[in-house]
Design a protein around this ligand. Structure first.
Ligand code: NDP
Length: 441
């Protein structure tokens, strides 16, 4: 056993059965979402018309083939993915080091999200204003091919996850842009069970040369696709129905704000759990490439359908904006406070010393709950759902799913911190008893 890469003892998600279950169930959910939210059928209330769902299931292999392997759709998606990848490698940006790895090295990263997303927006605007009727065939193509693209992104995330699993066994030759001579495996993804390791992510930072596949997938093809899917809903509504509902514009604005805020604060991602401790396997590949764009866009996709438009009153818009920016304020200032504290800028604040030398902040935002930043993030999520009104609870899926994700994330982070900080963590829990929501839980 390598000292650098200890064998994983504890398997999350109930091990192999959980991994297989999630890898089957989550893609199914995305397809199900489409089946209940498209031009043939969109759910109203809570009751599902099962016949209308069944009618949409392909009847034979030719129909399945058309749905999953349409060459135009695959070409469009692969062009999107690889143009972004090339831009990611060659765009100008700030070069910086990631956190210290287990072998004492740091990986280099290129922070160029502002340039890349700026380029995308300039291209979109140029195309839009060059078009006499503000029509963009690319956006309409995206809107019209949702079902096929959902399958393409699902299949592609399987391909990416197999690829990174297999390259994790190839020994490194020289430094190879990684700064280390041995591949660093994830603490959680080196169980030796191929199914579990493939699912959870075997290698911590799979790279081709210096190009980091995980950071790229986390921030580019899925996030920017979400932005485009949401825009395509506005595009479709405008060109099909001749008007755009304010609820659709509001969700577009709020989600775009979140996406571009993430881009502006890209450096912060280098210390996030996904980048710092999680391996890159099916869970993240699928989450980044398929789940995020298709499940987060559900509300816009729903509102863009005939008969589903919601017109909000100015008071409703104002309240939703206020909720969003309140959540945003908590999320942003809490993350900033922790980051400043870790950089030694807030030494006057109350904290607990730990045996590792680093301190746990128990002051400011961080005395309210152990993950006050998650609470802010969750409030933002509500503002993405509320504009859909009361037509169906289905458009509130995001807040339910996100609560589950955050609770699970909190549990994993707690296990990590308990192991890392020992008694100091127990003291921390006494001083900050609430996990996420102050005075509730
Ligand atoms: P955190 O930013 O909360 O980081 C947790 C880590 O911070 C801990 O492991 C510990 O690391 C350190 N820490 C925790 N409490 C303290 C404290 N009181 N004082 C000092 N250090 C502390 O978690 P994440 O990385 O999970 O999330 C980052 C952000 O990303 C969050 O705001 C979250 O809401 C957001 N997010 C959004 C998602 C989305 O899909 N929209 C998905 C996931 C996350 P250490 O070892 O350094 O001490």
């Amino acid at each position: 056993m390598s000292k650098l890469n200890p064998v994983t003892q504890h398997k999350e998600f109930f091990g192999v059965p959980g991994a297989l279950g999630i890898a089957t169930f989550l893609p199914f959910i995305l397809v199900f979402f489409y089946a209940v939210c498209n031009e043939q059928y969109s759910i109203k209330g809570i009751l599902l018309d099962l016949n209308k769902v069944i009618e949409q299931i392909p009847q034979n292999w030719a129909e399945w083939k058309d749905l999953c392997f349409d060459s135009t759709v695959w070409t469009a998606y692969l062009t999107w993915f690889f143009v972004l990848a090339v831009l990611d490698v060659y765009s100008p940006g700030k070069d910086m080091d990631g956190i210290e790895l287990r072998d004492g090295t740091h990986l280099p990263y290129r922070i160029n999200g502002v340039f890349m997303s700026g380029t995308l927006i300039v291209l979109l605007l140029a195309r839009l204003f060059a078009s006499p009727d503000y029509s963009l065939p690319e956006l309409q193509f995206l809107y019209d091919n949702q079902a096929k693209l959902i399958f393409v992104t699902i299949i592609y995330s399987f391909i990416v996850s197999f690829f990174v699993y297999f390259i994790s066994f190839i020994p490194l030759r020289g430094k190879n842009g990684l700064g280390t001579k041995e591949r660093i495996l994830s603490i959680n993804g080196n169980s030796g069970n191929p199914i579990y390791d493939w699912f959870i992510g075997r290698e911590l930072n799979p790279r081709i040369g210096a190009w980091d596949i995980k950071l790229f997938c986390e921030l580019r093809p899925g996030m920017l696709l979400l932005f485009l899917i949401n825009l395509s809903c506005i595009h479709n509504q405008y060109h099909k129905f001749g008007k755009i509902s304010n609820s659709l514009v509001l969700i577009n604005f709020l989600e775009a704000f979140y996406i571009f805020d993430g881009v502006l604060n890209e450096e912060g991602c280098l210390t996030m759990m996904d980048i710092a401790t999680d391996g890159f396997g099916f869970m993240l590949a699928f989450g980044d490439l398929a789940w995020l764009p298709w499940s987060y866009s559900l509300q816009c996709r729903y509102l863009s359908l005939e008969g589903n438009a919601v017109d909000l009153t100015p008071i409703q818009i104002g309240s939703i904006l206020a909720l969003s920016f309140f959540g945003y304020y908590i999320f942003h200032s809490a993350n900033q406070q922790k980051s400043d504290f870790k950089q030694g800028k807030l030494n006057h604040m109350k904290s607990i010393s730990t045996p590792t030398g680093s301190k746990l902040l128990v002051d400011g935002w961080w005395k309210l709950s152990q993950h006050i930043n998650y609470f802010g993030d969750w409030l933002i999520g509500w503002s993405w759902c509320l504009p859909t009104g009361t037509q169906t609870p289905f458009t509130y899926f995001y807040v339910v799913y996100f609560a589950t994700l955050l609770v699970h994330r909190q549990t994993r982070d707690e296990a990590k911190c308990r192991a890392k900080y020992g008694k100091a963590w127990e003291e921390y829990e006494k001083q900050v008893p609430y996990k996420i929501v102050p005075y509730v839980w």
